[in-house]
Design a protein around this ligand. Sequence first.
Ligand SMILES: [Zn+2]
Ligand SMILES: [Zn+2]
Length: 264
Amino acid sequence: MSTLPTQCTSSLVHSTTTEFSKNNSGDSTILIDLHTHSISSGHGSTDTITHMAKAAAAAGIQVLGISEHGPATAGSVKPSYFRSLKLANRKRFGIHILYGAEVNIISPDGTLDLNDDVLSGLDYALVSIHPPTLTPYEHRDLTQAYVNAMEHPKVTFLGHIDDARFPVDFERLLTIAKEKEVYPEINNGSLMPDAYRVGGQENCRKILKLCKQLELPVLLSSDSHGAKNVGNIKYVLPLLEECNFPEHLIINNQPEFLWKILDH
Ligand SMILES: [Zn+2]
Ligand SMILES: [Zn+2]
């Protein structure tokens, strides 16, 4: 893996006050959004990658990552879909398109629902736990499940670890993530007033405070299903301000830093 710079040198870092551009609805957007789903994930939207790329370009996004759910999610695509992504266009409507996956941890030992062969062909993977795809999970050490999952070099980001239905030891997990150069996300979907995940506000606050202490960069994510919320981090912003979270620890506005992360 690449060496994590102690200080990011992007020209986009101007100050400790984080600034984001706005989309047509007036919502703040980010330059990089890596957690998004198209129709291929099987729920939440009928939008294709073309719809999403168009919306992302209109919102001022420079890098759009498509991260369909792994095959253990009901209705999502099979491994062959992920294999074929190497043939897909990497530039659409003037923006960069990356092809990753939101892989499921399907066993408390950290087993993922895409094998190493498929994962190695992707740009990145977010690793997440979802209710129906991990059983049994009660009274299991889910921190260790994430730690084991991070062993794969393509696992670059931890997906919505804020979900209190799947409790983890944030301090232990994030300390190990720092060693392994894996980055937690702050997921807009976890923070929405009608969020189906549990404890998002409280736990994202804890994650941000720990990341600030550890100097561990975070990835802000829309988790948009379809084009509608691509780049939308409306509910993340108040927490960043409340925690006075340093801009140099936000991956989204620093494309150069992203390329370093993915170049391993
Ligand atoms: Zn998810
Ligand atoms: Zn997702």
